[in-house]
Design a binder for this molecule. Structure first.
Ligand SMILES: C[S@@+](CC[C@H](N)C(=O)[O-])C[C@H]1O[C@@H](n2cnc3c(N)ncnc32)[C@H](O)[C@@H]1O
Length: 393
């Protein structure tokens, strides 16, 4: 893929962009095999499935843009080493609809003369623009501001931006008052009535709220959830536990009339969104065919899963199939130990960091890896997703 920003030395985020895509994919596949084999995971019976490639351009569903420049002529992109803005609004990783929307947003903030936050001087109001696009080309826009001073002006004029961007469904203002390199703060106000973006993935109507995680490459995420669903159908579990469930991508793809699915996630907004999607699909409740979501720390989760033979609740360790999809840091010692002594017979581990995956698998010697697949969620970088199916030895 060719990128002007890269060729002109303005952006170096895509470290592998000069390598042909097929080579990138082959290196990722070879890299994960080597890493797992070298760290003590039981991979003797591991069969690798064909890797899932990504589109080379237009695959990222979320743009996280630092705003800099002047009030009348903002830049949306990154900062150079001296804190000056580099405009990346036509970055080829984003779909055309995102580039168009960023044009409109830049014009809008310029017309309102919202002063970009100046990092070296610690002055200004507008820090970041966060824009997410759904598979139906609908948009969620979040203004990250230093304070609420400019909020009334944004509110008053928002109708103009909505007229220009008919797909703009969700708009919010997030406040990040501190002078530090953090993308967003903990306070957020909605500027539209609609508070979640419909993210239809494989016909499952997931809902994304403002501060929740969503896989950044929607098409590859769709392949990941389909892969997990195929594995689950083969395993045919009656109780599924989805730890680190986010807005419910795995849990809702794995639901079936004879299964109870429980998702656990630390973010309240994500759990609310997952519950809404479950209700939309008619999966609310606790019985067979239900998908339930609870707020909790996955590493310490001990609420009951439901479905005991006596009609009562069973401990969570009694899940037949556990799905884990942790952040880059992985499961850690505590959860690895719980999975090691759990009653579960099957485990699906989806990881965006093969190093922490390898460490966790080495800490769970009673599990053997039987199938694995690299899913290239992040082309042109060294990162990738890897999905593993494990069975109790
Ligand atoms: C890689 S994302 C996976 C989300 C989801 N499985 C999906 O496919 O979109 C990791 C998720 O774990 C959540 N998380 C982080 N630490 C957690 C913890 N200790 N307990 C539960 N959830 C946690 C994050 O909020 C995030 O939603």
């Amino acid at each position: 893929m060719q990128c002007d920003y890269h060729d002109r030395g303005l952006c170096r985020s895509c470290t592998l962009i000069d390598q042909p895509y097929a080579l990138q994919l082959a290196q990722k596949t070879a890299g994960v095999r080597e890493l797992l084999a070298g760290r003590g995971a039981d991979t003797r019976e591991l069969e690798w499935l064909e890797p899932v490639p990504s589109a080379e351009a237009g695959f990222r569903n979320k743009a996280k843009m630092v705003v800099a420049g002047s009030a009348g002529r903002p830049t949306l992109g990154i900062l150079d080493p001296r804190g000056r803005g580099i405009d990346l609004r036509h970055c080829p990783l984003y779909p055309i609809s995102v580039a168009r929307a960023l044009e409109s947003v830049a014009r809008f903030t310029g017309e309102l003369r919202l002063l970009p936050y100046d990092v070296p001087k610690g002055r200004g109001e507008l820090k970041h623009i966060l824009l997410t696009v759904s598979p139906d080309d609908e948009l969620m826009l979040r203004f990250v501001l230093r304070s609420d001073r400019q909020l009334p002006r944004i509110r008053e004029n928002l109708g103009r931006l909505q007229d220009e961007l008919p797909g703009l469904r969700v708009v919010s203002a997030n406040f990040q008052p501190e002078h530090k390199a953090v993308l967003e703060g903990s306070d957020e106000v909605m500027l539209t009535e609609q508070d979640s973006l419909l993210m239809r993935v494989n016909d499952i109507p997931l809902r994304l709220r403002t501060r929740s995680f969503f896989q950044t490459n929607t098409r590859v995420a769709a392949a990941l959830y389909r892969r997990a669903a195929v594995w689950a159908d083969r395993i045919s579990p009656s109780r599924v536990l989805d730890l680190y469930c986010g807005v419910g991508g795995f849990a809702l793809h794995l639901s079936a009339p004879d299964r109870r699915v429980l998702g656990v996630e630390v973010s309240r907004g994500a759990v609310a969104a997952a519950r809404q999607a479950a209700a939309d699909l008619g999966l609310a409740g606790r019985g067979p065919g239900s998908a339930r979501f609870e707020v909790g720390d996955a590493t310490a989760w001990d609420a009951p899963l439901g479905g005991a033979p006596d009609g009562g609740d069973r401990p969570v360790e009694a899940a037949d199939l556990v799905v884990v999809n942790p952040p880059r840091r992985g499961l850690g010692a505590e959860l690895s130990a719980r999975l090691e002594r759990s009653e579960a017979r099957d485990l699906i581990y989806s990881s965006c960091n093969a190093r922490s995956l390898a460490r966790d698998l080495a800490a769970m010697p009673s599990w053997r890896a039987v199938e694995g697949q690299v899913l290239d969620m992040f082309p042109h970088t060294g990162h990738y997703e890897v999905a593993m199916r494990l069975e109790r030895r």
